[in-house]
Write a protein that binds this ligand. Sequence first.
Ligand SMILES: Cc1ncc(COP(=O)(O)O)c(C=O)c1O
Length: 499
Amino acid sequence: MIKPHISAAAIQTDAEQNAAPLLHALLRYADRNMLHFDVPGHKKRNNPELAAVFGERTLRMDANSTPELDMLGNPIGVIAEAEHLLAEAYGADEAFFLVNGSTCGVQYMIFASCHPGDKIIIPRNVHKSAVNALILTGAHPVFVEPEVDEQYGILNGVRFENMRRAIDQNPDAKAVFVINPTYFGASSDLRAITTYAHEHNMDVLVDEAHGAHLPFHPDFPVSAMEVGADFSTISLHKTGGAFTQSSALLMHVGRHTRAQMHTVINLFETTSASYLLMASADIARRNLAVKGQALFENLLRSVRALKEEINAMPGLSVLTEDDIDGEGVCGYDETKIVVRVNELGLTGFEVYDILRKDYHIQPELSETYVVLFIVSVGDDESTLNSLEKALCALSHRFYGKKERFSVSMQGVLHKPKAVITPREAFYAEKKTVAISQAVDEICGESVMIYPPGIPLAIPGEKLTREVIDSYNFYREQGGLLVSDEDQTDTIKILEQSKF
Ligand SMILES: Cc1ncc(COP(=O)(O)O)c(C=O)c1O
């Protein structure tokens, strides 16, 4: 039974956001020095290696659930308090800590909303976790194509008109899925999409893996909870400052209850949730709620100055809201720095390697023409100054030495053709063939470059010549191709190629 929890209304003042109830309970627990006959089996002692590497106090904080630490699967104590502070900070009715990243949050949202066979309207440039959710749930995707920016070679948001058309043409759909913002910072018209979907009795599920910071500065695009979406998954670890894997699921109750969502979460979530991760999420929430606005005010000033500098560097240009205005974009997250480098005669992949090797700069990812740098709560003027110096040196070193790099973006930004649903393909008989022999076959697995983890092909899609060309292109460029097969030159296809 899910026990009653503290009402969000009881936690009203900003002052209360200064509290970190889970963190403090964990610190008290660590300092109690109990003799442990419970798990974890390292027992917090007699383990000099773990203690030396991670610190003794960290070892004592690696706990199993106890009465004073509460339990993630049935929170009635400090976890419930911390989740309510999290909900309040994001303007949600309810919040749930997640310890398996946003991957599981995306899956829980789809699971909570769709029964097997239900339709979900979803952009094709979703992360692999959403495709996996379609396999797990048996929901039928109605894919909507995102806008293509050929100049930068990236996919942006989905236009409201295209979402509206999909809703009109599929009045029986159960849910609409939106990415806010995309990896590259583009936000669709989330408010209009949410209103229209709700008018048509559809849930709105928002992947905010890259938007955990959105509510904390007025210049950021609107967040899912602000516009009344039903569910949102945020990666507190990506831009919020928590440890890797610490995410959260936010919801507005009404179309669904907290108990319904909790039932879904408890189907999948570990019964041994890491307190280190959850406490780090408690710290991240407090920091964002208490200091976020001032912190982002300063960061945005430095980011804007940096982007002007980059645009003035020969051979480099940086994506701004003006570049993508009208391309399905209704807001732009300025903390994403998308730098186009092909005028230097280099690909994004080459620049990624050069920055790492020669300048000790770790970008988030590279694409054919661009490199993406993510700015978050861990940055300040000094980190941005170092990035500026490295990019300036790069421009001096390479500009004018080579022809601009250019390829046809047709293959890279191809429009996929779904033949059967991802779940049907997942359960169909398959065989493994060389990539060169897979043209016009039906794909049996998700194939993607990582990051960003957006599949080039998903189970059930036709492997057109363009998809195979694009696969080969990424391989030649040294992109990390991830599929189920260990060998990179083979792919799983369906035994049957006609449906
Ligand atoms: C858009 C998007 N959604 C979901 C995820 C999954 O998040 P996580 O890595 O926290 O599981 C990612 C990861 O990169 C992502 O880019």
